[in-house]
Design a protein around this ligand. Structure first.
Ligand SMILES: Cc1ncc(C[n+]2csc(CCOP(=O)(O)OP(=O)(O)O)c2C)c(N)n1
Length: 566
């Protein structure tokens, strides 16, 4: 049986067929046929954002929290280009997002038509794949394929550009030939012949190691390999390091958890790396914020690297054993292959590196106390979505994550403005859980218009704004490396409480630690969205810090006696 359907109707139907339930978007001329068809598909809940960048970040947040594809929609030209930052963020952090953009009609393509942009060319390097649909008969298959490509193997964003005349074209529509391969994340089948050899070699290296470390990244979260990584650590007694995107892949309070490595990693974590003789890296890319100068990174270590993407093995650091495969599958095999052992002497050694935190915070309201109050108000049961900057690093270092995949941040791209819209998406994926978006006063001002989306769509996201009056992380770099020349980093803020009030959102301002519990508790208990502004010390810094391009062995551990040079 077939019926006459327009391309726009086929598009909606294909999304429904693929199991899509939420679409983040913004209408406009070239995507109007899609919006015309949308009300006939109530299975698709549309969230009207206030800026297309937010649609892409929200789809990304939804994808990371659910393990399903996040979908965003925009019109051609400015709508499509506004998606770019969000797609780049999803690309860097391997988040399965499908973006659908309207395009000018086929006869107008290439004529600089109104709102024509070559979004295919623009997004080529920041998508796993992109399509411009030239023939309406291919549309359903393209959607099904795009959904599968976004999820398959190493996830990432895919863009489908649909000219307006293709959306309007009617064809006899039957069931598509290729169907979406489902919405749940497929486990990559293991068992290729190379694995056994790699796992055996890795097990031998681990058996002979005196100072081994496990380093876990986002791949462990994507593969949901939490229990397997924990089993590996507990069977061998090997301590575990979690990268920024690996945070919440391993419980913070576990006796084998050391913390975060790299530029703002704790001294004992980076020292452990520099002294390790074997590093088992699972689902991470050893990026420069983790390694510092690679020439001096882990000089004594032989590295076992497990990654789904062959191209990652040996890309940034030399590898003794590379195993290409799904983190869960390979780690499980490794657990079976290793002999039980303990690493007490090594753990003792690392404990000797631990520094009591240099008390550099002079204000009344420390980031540590703020984060403790959020943890307590939500009984540790919430998802934290961070923006980019100092507050992001404080959260990464200080928030005591216990549950898997409860820390979501723009790690690879480091896109300010991510937290608030991504938190919308996280809430839609986890409607029964609490979601806190934590931003600085700079990043919050980039996408604070999404408060309107929260109100219109009834999304009870909790917003924390760390107000230090500066673009804090850049100011910190200026203090340390640019002779304290605070060029263009002081930043004025509106009255956030009045602003929230204008949106009908309750707001609280906290200046003293003593007021934390009540304000955060009330915001957390609000049935709808709520905002808390924290007036933190203006020139507080994140310590320790490895200077950009520096060695993990040479951290700045406290306020420089005299600012300058590096
Ligand atoms: C879109 C974007 N623009 C610029 C930057 C560079 N940048 C990184 S951190 C930072 C300062 C962030 O300031 P704020 O949001 O107030 O957070 P804080 O560091 O004070 O916690 C800037 C400008 C960025 N990461 N993203």
């Amino acid at each position: 049986m077939s019926e006459m359907l327009s391309g726009a109707e086929i598009l909606c139907r294909a999304l429904v067929d693929a199991g899509v339930e939420v679409v983040f978007g913004y209408p406009g001329g070239a995507i109007m046929p899609f919006y015309h068809a949308l009300p006939d598909h109530p299975q698709l809940r549309h969230i009207l954002v206030r800026h297309e960048q937010a649609a892409a970040h929200a789809a990304d947040g939804y994808a990371r929290a659910s393990g399903r594809v996040g979908v965003c929609v925009a019109t051609s030209g400015p709508g499509a280009t506004n998606l770019v930052t969000g797609l780049a963020a999803a690309h860097m952090d391997n988040s399965p997002v499908v973006a659908i953009t309207g395009q000018v009609s086929r006869p107008m393509i290439g004529r600089d038509a109104f709102q024509e942009t070559d979004i295919i060319g623009i997004t080529l390097p920041i998508t796993k794949q992109n399509y411009q649909v030239q023939d309406v008969s291919e549309l359903a298959e393209v959607v099904a394929e795009a959904m599968a490509v976004a999820l398959d193997g190493r996830p990432g964003p895919v863009l489908i550009d649909v000219p307006k005349d293709v959306q309007n074209q009617k064809i006899a529509y039957g069931a598509p030939r290729a169907r979406a391969r489902g919405q749940s994340r497929p486990l990559t089948p293991g068992g290729s012949p190379g694995h056994e050899d790699g796992v055996r070699k890795a097990a031998r290296l681990i058996a002979g190691a005196e100072r081994p470390l496990i380093m876990v990244g986002h791949g462990v979260i994507l593969a949901q390999a939490y229990n397997d990584v924990r089993a590996l650590a507990e069977k061998t007694g090997i301590p575990v390091i979690t990268t920024l995107l690996g945070i919440s892949a391993f419980p913070d309070g576990h006796p084998l958890h050391l913390g975060m490595p790299g530029m703002h990693g704790e001294v004992h974590v980076n020292r452990a790396i520099q002294h390790a003789d074997v590093i088992i890296g699972i689902g991470l890319r050893f990026d420069d914020r983790v390694t510092g100068n690679t020439a001096s990174f882990a000089p004594q270590a032989r590295i076992i690297h497990i990654d789904l993407d062959r191209a990652e093995i040996g890309k940034n650091v030399p590898v003794a054993v590379g195993i290409v495969g799904d983190a869960r599958d390979i780690t499980r095999r490794l657990v079976a292959a290793v002999e039980p052992r303990r690493c007490e002497r090594w753990l003792e050694h690392i404990r000797g590196f631990v520094r009591t935190r240099a008390e550099s915070y002079r204000g009344n309201l420390s980031p540590e106390a703020i984060l403790a109050s959020i943890y307590e108000a939500s009984h540790g049961d919430c998802t934290i979505v961070t923006d980019v900057g100092q507050h992001q690093m404080w959260v990464a270092k200080l928030y005591p994550y216990q549950r898997p995949n409860t820390h979501i941040t723009s790690g690879g791209l480091g896109a300010m403005g991510f937290a608030v819209p991504a938190a919308l998406g996280v809430h839609l994926a986890r409607p029964n859980g609490t979601v806190w978006a934590i931003s600085g006063d700079g990043g919050f001002q980039m996408n604070m218009a999404e408060m309107a989306t929260m109100v219109q769509e009834g999304l009870p996201v909790k917003m924390a704004v760390f107000n230090n009056g500066y673009l804090g992380m850049v100011r910190q770099w200026q203090q340390f490396f640019h002779e304290k020349r605070y060029s263009c980093t002081p930043i004025w803020s509106p009255d956030y409480l009045k602003l929230a009030e204008a949106y009908g959102i309750p707001g609280y301002r906290v200046k003293e630690a003593g007021d934390l519990a009540e304000a955060v508790g009330r915001a957390n208990a609000e049935p709808g969205p709520a905002l808390v502004e924290f007036m933190i010390e203006q020139e507080a810094n994140v310590f320790p810090m490895i200077p950009p391009g520096g060695s993990l062995s040479e951290p700045i551990e406290a306020e420089p006696a005299a600012a300058g040079g590096a």
